[in-house]
Write a protein that binds this ligand. Sequence first.
Ligand code: GLP
Length: 243
Amino acid sequence: MIIYKAEDYKDMSRKAANILSAQVIMKPDCVLGLATGSTPIGTYEQLVEWYKKGDLDFAKVKTVNLDEYKGLERTNEQSYYHFMHQHLFHHVNIEEDNIHLPNGMEPDAKKECARYEQLIQSLGGVDLQLLGLGHNGHIGFNEPCEVFEKDTHCVDLAERTIEANKRFFDSIEEVPRQAYTMGIRTIMQAKKILIIVSGEDKADIVRDAFFGPVTPMVPASILQMHNDVTLIADKAALSKIPE
Ligand code: GLP
């Protein structure tokens, strides 16, 4: 694993955007696996800035997002479909047909998860997967549990995740209780992985996930087994890692 220590959130975002840009420049028709949450917002902002300067071209880029809430319309402001358009897709020249997220409005979980897995395979797999890190070690919406869930699946969100995400909703009752998420194998099959983390509140989980044992109780710990992972974290998030 390559670890880049960033000064702060802005520096982390810029470094991450550099790696994503390099991917797009080297393979203009690449498949980017994308993430939501507050962590990647600065990275997307930087990509938009470079796109506007003429340094990046998304015309052939394809994207697959990690996850989507189950039961939220795309038009809902809290859907990840909306988030991605708001922070990235609306501002760059990506083709709408090349944008993929799980369909949160498909009630048949088995059907939707199979469709999404197949779609990723049909695109030839993910070239570069961007990840954030949940406080409990979740990646995508793979919550801590007894075993690693391999494929795209429907998940009951952990109380801690619901609590963490309530800030985006008017009330905690409005936070969806379920989501569709890529599974651990789906994520691990990405050719390259880029995980970004910011803030002192993530320092304990950064230490546990990347320097502790590999366990499904800390889903991100599986990334220690991937042979092309880059972790970009700011000083605060790296403040508890062993020397
Ligand atoms: C969310 C998302 C994850 C994200 C994580 C951390 O629930 N499903 O993909 O990485 O939680 O979010 P944040 O970056 O806001 O801390």
